[in-house]
Design a binder for this molecule. Structure first.
Ligand code: SAM
Ligand code: SF4
Length: 324
């Protein structure tokens, strides 16, 4: 469907849990209270909402978290989501630690793509960033994805004084493997506010010194706002998701469903509509669908991340509760 700014909204990110088995310092650095189980949408409730979203023209779903693969029966849910009548695409965003064992089943289900988050190629730095010694499991998963034939992307968040110096090494993953490597600019949400990230321009300047003959990729790759370049001899492309310095709200195509059932219209704004309450109150599908439609129509025109937390109605949830 179109929103009031003429944008086609056809993509929903679904956070199926706020729990995670890593403790990334910019996302969920410590043990924090989790959302109580009874507030988390059951899989049949999420599927119910996805069916209604499909009737509104939302055909592409990204399953995220927290860490989606820590939730029991995640694979059955992915299969069911894939089988909804209006679903065109189901993809997964994961930290990769539990991925290898599930890959054959994900292939069987027909998963359309996997994004693996990896911010460093150094074991010690991995543990420093994520709080857990799981680097080799993530690397093994990236390698296993090659054999599986599932389209794979690696997502990295680069932080000044933490892992920015690994930029060119991370870029080279796309030379060795058939993966796109994308650099996500850190957003000032939750613990992300405590870090300074890297803009696309800053990274392009570094890249151009080593790879002066990189070329801009013009065709569309995936559903997201990334812009891509290609480096000669590389199997995959290099992408940049420049959320703050390169605002891409004009072409935003997405809404988000939090694990506790809030339909969130823009990453920046705290508010959304409480679909869980509607579902559990037994509201008819026509009312829930109409509420979704009205909310999506009124999706804000753009984020305001340039404002300080005191100036704007900024999001107070942590990124692990929203799903990225
Ligand atoms: N656990 C899964 C993972 O790590 O891929 C899925 C959820 S995680 C919240 C999704 C993505 O959000 C990850 O790539 C993570 O690096 C990114 N992320 C977390 N906090 C962020 C922030 N403040 N700004 C930008 N990206 C962030
Ligand atoms: Fe967990 Fe992903 Fe957040 Fe890291 S970025 S703490 S893996 S949800």
């Amino acid at each position: 469907m179109k929103d009031s700014h003429g944008r086609t909204i056809d993509y929903m990110r679904i956070s199926i849990t706020d729990r995670c088995n890593l403790r990334c310092k910019y996302c969920m650095p410590e043990e924090l209270p989790s959302i109580p189980h009874e507030k988390i949408l059951r899989f049949e409730e999420i599927l119910h909402l996805c069916r209604l979203a499909g009737e509104l023209g939302i055909h592409k779903f990204k399953v995220t978290g927290g860490e989606p693969l820590v939730r029991k029966n995640c694979l059955k849910f992915l299969k069911d989501l894939k089988e909804l009548p209006a679903t065109e695409q189901v993809t997964l965003t994961t930290n990769g630690t539990l991925l290898s064992e599930y890959l054959p089943e994900l292939k069987r289900i027909g998963l359309d793509g996997i994004n693996i988050s990896l911010d460093t190629l150094n074991e010690q730095t991995f543990e420093q960033i994520t709080g857990r010694p799981e680097f080799s499991k993530v690397m093994d998963a990236i390698i296993a994805c090659q054999a599986s034939g599932i389209r794979t992307k690696v997502n990295s968040v680069l932080l000044q004084d933490v892992n920015k110096d690994e930029f060119l090494q991370l870029v080279c993953l796309a030379r060795t493997y058939q993966v796109d490597v994308r650099f996500i600019e850190i957003m000032p949400i939750g613990f992300g506010q405590q870090f300074k990230g890297c803009s696309r321009q800053e990274l392009l300047n570094i890249l151009s010194e080593t790879y002066p003959d990189h070329v801009q990729v013009h065709e569309h790759r995936g559903n997201g706002p990334a812009t891509y370049i290609h480096l000669p001899g590389f199997k995959g492309c290099i992408g940049f998701i420049d959320a703050i310095h390169g605002k891409f709200c004009d072409s935003c195509n997405r809404v988000r469903l939090t694990s506790d059932g809030i339909l969130k219209l823009c990453l920046y704004y705290q508010n959304g509509i409480d679909l869980r309450s509607m579902l559990r109150a037994g509201d008819p599908d026509s009312s829930i669908r109409a509420a979704m439609e009205q909310a999506i129509f009124r999706k804000p025109s753009e984020h305001q991340f340039h404002l300080s937390a005191l100036e704007g109605p900024a999001e107070e949830r942590r990124m692990s509760q929203i799903g990225g």
